[in-house]
Design a protein. Structure first.
Length: 291
């Protein structure tokens, strides 16, 4: 790795470690729009409020198929990003879609047989946006969604006007970000986003490959006027490239490009750094944040 990239990774890691100490979340209850039997599912949420004197933008952070927790604590991926967002003047809400439904993870469940569905998670995202907009200090015109993997797929679904409940939602996000989402389902449905979307992808991803996401973006071009769909794909990057653990083969995952052979998951330091910078630029430019 080039010396400049190594220095960049070291500085970014140090910065994350410093701001993580500032992130002290408040546990909150967030009603989903999912209401089986007429009773809304209530999600456990972790609210990271930025210290701002004026109404500030806010993001809902949607976890992947592994859930929001690591050994009983909110995973570092979410606390780190929440701290960085707070330092930019952005509020962050992490929601848990699995706990209220009796699950810890669904990575080891086959697609089509998962106990927590995209429909349920889409309704979780839409409900979280409503909750965000009602919070003191939040600018309702600048709310957004950000998700990883299964949570990234949720972001796409919650953004797609082809779903009637998305088209009729009382609140639409002003932007969205998806890290290595599965794009095939929304590509088949037809994708008409309600807000600008940025997708951050790994070229070597053999779990949720980059190809369908590039096709998804291409399919929106030249259609009826829709918000822009952008993507960045990083060389040598597998699924989970923005983490810190080394790349490993997960044979317990039945889904992926080669079903039954497992999937590769792990960090790629250069991609981790580049994606963090791209995300920051997207938020600053879209929400007109101070540098």
């Amino acid at each position: 790795m080039a010396a400049g990239v190594i220095r960049g990774v070291a500085l970014l890691t140090l910065a994350w470690a410093c701001v993580s100490a500032w992130a002290t979340p408040t546990d909150v209850r967030v009603p989903s729009l999912d209401a089986p039997g007429g009773t809304a599912v209530v999600l456990r949420g972790h609210w990271f409020a930025a210290e701002q004197a004026t109404p500030a933008p806010a993001l809902v952070l949607m976890h992947g198929c592994g859930g929001a927790y690591d050994r009983g604590r909110l995973a570092a991926r979410y606390t780190e990003l929440a701290a960085r967002l707070n330092a930019m003047g952005v509020h962050a809400l992490v929601t848990d879609s699995f706990g209220p439904r009796g699950e810890k993870e669904i990575c080891t469940q086959r697609n089509g047989q998962r106990s927590v569905t995209q429909e349920q998670r889409r309704r979780d995202a839409l409900g979280a946006l409503v909750w965000l907009a009602a919070q003191p200090g939040v600018d309702p015109s600048r709310t957004g969604l950000l998700g990883w993997s299964n949570g990234g797929s949720t972001v796409l679904a919650a953004l797609n006007r082809k779903h009637p409940e998305v088209a009729s939602a009382s609140l639409q996000p002003s932007l969205a970000v998806a890290f290595y989402p599965g794009c095939a389902a929304e590509l088949r449905r037809g994708f008409e986003p309600t807000a600008p979307l940025l997708m951050l992808l790994g070229e070597l991803d053999d779990w949720t490959p980059a190809g369908p996401c590039k096709d998804l973006a291409a399919a929106t071009r030249g259609a009826a006027p829709v918000p822009p769909v952008e993507w960045e794909a990083y060389a040598n990057a597998h699924h989970g490239f923005d983490g810190t653990a080394p790349v490993r083969l997960r044979r317990d995952v039945p889904n992926g490009v080669h079903p039954g052979l497992g999937v590769h998951v792990g960090a790629e330091p250069a991609a981790r750094t580049a994606a963090a910078e791209r995300l920051q630029r997207f938020l600053r430019e879209s929400w007109k944040l101070e540098p």
